[in-house]
Design a protein around this ligand. Structure first.
Ligand SMILES: [Mn+2]
Length: 328
């Protein structure tokens, strides 16, 4: 694991930085990427913020989204022009596979820094700063900015606040520490208006999303004396309700919120051949360990994996017994 001094030195030494995060980026991924971009730009550095897909409409209210690029050719040009004076950075990404289909291109950038808080982080990147106890990558980016002696602008603070609030489930998860709240307190002092961010994140959905939620909840299945809740979304449901997979964010919290439920499972028909699964646990069941058995990973309380050439029902039938074992 890299020391804080190594991380700081890597950033100070590079005038050109490529920032990347995991595929299907969530609030922490986008928020920490954009927050980091603002902080680096404030240091006079050139930043190429890369995503495989355009930013989800959910996060487009964050300042700097327009600067994000999805063009691999433009990335190659940026790397060429840097002539070796460059640093690659992956934020909130616990596994090289999760960098997406262009991950191998990104990892050709040397040196390469990883800033992450995933428990199952499998140690890619030459300089790896990984702290599984942290609430969010946004919190780590804040600390990095302070250790570099940087002021935090309102724009950067908003991005980092969005990262932390989404990854802590609005400061409800176990990972929310006294330090998390100190960071958030300072971000508010830097100009963040929590109510405005909250309203942008959670009161800004389409009617189609509500219709999709209706369909998803209609498919709720309960197992193991109501301790395991399973919901699903199919491509067909998305088509009928004019929604996309991004609209399903936070759905899993509804089955998770039931008193008896220890693990909530959300099975998504990703495409014709593959199914992706998210799990959220309360209490002792380690869903990262269960996901690892199926080729995935994550945190003890939040994990996921992907299955190829299996139907949703087949994946459920595989997973439910493994969860029952993990709870025994
Ligand atoms: Mn995160």
């Amino acid at each position: 694991m890299a020391t804080p001094e190594q991380v700081q030195a890597a950033i100070q030494q590079a005038d050109n930085l490529v920032l990347a995060t995991h595929i299907n980026p969530d609030g922490d991924a986008i928020g920490s990427l954009l927050g980091m971009m603002h902080i680096l730009q404030g240091m006079g550095k050139k930043v190429f913020a890369y995503l495989e897909e355009p930013v989800s409409p959910l996060y487009r209210f964050l300042t700097g989204c327009g600067h994000i690029q999805t063009d691999l050719g433009a990335l190659a040009d940026f790397v060429d022009k840097a002539q070796g004076n460059i640093l690659g950075v992956a934020l909130d990404c616990g596994d090289r596979q999760r960098l997406g289909k262009n991950g191998p291109h990104l990892l050709q950038i040397q040196p390469f820094l990883v800033i992450d808080h995933h428990q199952g982080n499998n140690g890619f990147g030459g300089i790896a700063w990984v702290e599984p106890g942290r609430s969010s990558t946004g919190e780590m980016v804040y600390d990095l900015a302070r250790s570099l002696g940087r002021e935090i602008t309102t724009e950067a603070a908003e991005c980092l606040y969005a990262a932390i609030t989404t990854d802590t489930g609005s400061f409800k998860y176990e990972s929310t520490s006294a330090h998390t709240m100190q960071v958030v307190s300072d971000l508010i002092a830097c100009g963040v208006q929590p109510a405005v961010i909250c309203s942008n994140l959670y009161d800004n959905y389409t009617l189609g999303r509500l219709h999709l939620l209706q369909e998803v909840l209609a498919g709720l299945e309960m197992y193991h004396k109501d301790r395991i809740a399973v919901i699903r979304v199919t491509r067909n449901m998305l088509e009928r309700t004019f929604t996309t997979m991004e609209d399903t964010e936070h759905f899993i919290n509804l089955p998770r919120s039931v008193r008896s439920v220890r693990v909530a499972v959300f099975i998504k028909e990703a495409d014709q051949h593959s199914v992706s699964v998210s799990m959220r646990a309360k209490g002792k069941c380690d869903v990262a360990a269960v996901a690892a058995k199926l080729g995935g990973g994550g945190h003890k309380n939040a994990s996921g994996f992907r299955c190829h050439n299996k139907s949703i029902d087949e994946v459920r039938d595989l997973l439910v017994p493994l969860l029952q074992q993990a709870m025994a």
